[in-house]
Design a protein around this ligand. Sequence first.
Ligand code: PLP
Length: 473
Amino acid sequence: MNIDEFKKFAGASIDYIADYCENIRDVAVLPNVEPGYLSQQLPKRAPEQPEHWTKLMTDLDESIKPGLTHWHSPYFHAYFPTAQSYPAIIGELFMAGIGAVGTDWESSPAIVELEVRVMDWLAKILGLPEEFLNCSDGPGGGVIQNAASDSTLVGLLSASDKKIKQLKRLDPRTTKSEIRGKLVAYTSKESNSSVEKSGLIASVKMRLLPTDSEGSLRGRALNEAVSKDLAEGLIPFCVVASLGTTGTCAMDNVEELGEICLKQGMWLHVDAAYAGTALACPEYRYLLKGIEYVDSFNFNPHKWMLVNGDCSAMWFRNCKYVEEAFEKKSTLSQSVVPEIERWQIPNVRRFRALKLWFVIRIYGVDGIQKHVRHHVSLAKHFEALVNADERFEVVISSLGVVCFKLLRDEALTQVILEKIAKRKNIFIMPYYYKSQLLFRFVVCSRFTQYEDIDKSWQEILSQTDEVLSKKGE
Ligand code: PLP
């Protein structure tokens, strides 16, 4: 492809993306295809001869688009939001165009220095304490990871290495594997599956503890589990708390958990993958209660903060532990810039700071706050609609997530959800919570407006009416 063709391809692509976004409201949120639909269309071998880009655009439209779930449709209410915004799309484009990767500072100074600075901006936007900042005098700092899953794993590996080294210093005769075999980490039953997976990868026991009636992991449950494990000669070493669980967006009690962590010498990692973005608004900063106990903290700008994936922000109170865990030696004799490549699993980094920088500058803190408040207000509007119908009850509502149930006949929830799924007008999911089947509704798209929420609610109502009238209610 020559430069002229590249310019034409790029121009046509931007037009395509702009049209896609502009018309997303009119496209069915869920695809209407059967498994294998695409495999039947795709040739079994790669083309021998070069093809023209216009052919690709046609195939994109005719073969790929019909099989897409439109995550940015205003009628997408499943999972959590995945971020997309114009500045971040352009940031991705520049990242690809520049095509550089950063390892240490010398590999590409701008990549490292921009990341160091925007991570400080971000920490300040969220109201994280000074100790976590790259620019602070202390040993803390922040880095962009691929995903919250990586952040939890990195936190867990840092914590286990810290504990193993501490215990070996006390008793040099014990082996690392003896200690590792006794390590226990804790999280709640409601935490994301990636937390349990990180325990598997790190080869440590991960206890899934019960939550209170609000879905929050409390000090009491942790205390009981820790006491039991200590009595059995095990070594509690880490707690992974969730601010915003995946199912119901419940908030663990970081302060209560932190007090126990301090007493027992355990590392406290906070996973705020979705809800962390809300901290941009001062009215949600109360969620940071107990942050003084936290050793590492992570949230995903690629979920709710308008930065296309992948972009997961992670901070450490003391980076020494992650550096020691990865045994990554310093490459600079006197580092002016933090060596952030020592705080992550891959050796290289893509220029992800660019899209974060674009989003923060083009939206401003004000724009990010407006986005959060708009989504929360849409969720409140939806909650009011549910509450106004006496057949339903809101079980939990937190930020952009509303979980509700059918009051008289829970068994019909499944039938209603199946009917909604078949019609493909909106995308919502079931969630099993404390033995109840709930409707889980999330405000996801940045394009969603009040009328869209009304329309989604009408879809739920129409299917409920149909199912209940058949049952003669
Ligand atoms: N933590 C929470 C609370 C989540 O909701 C999710 C995903 O939804 C994750 C972690 C995993 O995020 P990632 O895909 O960035 O690993």
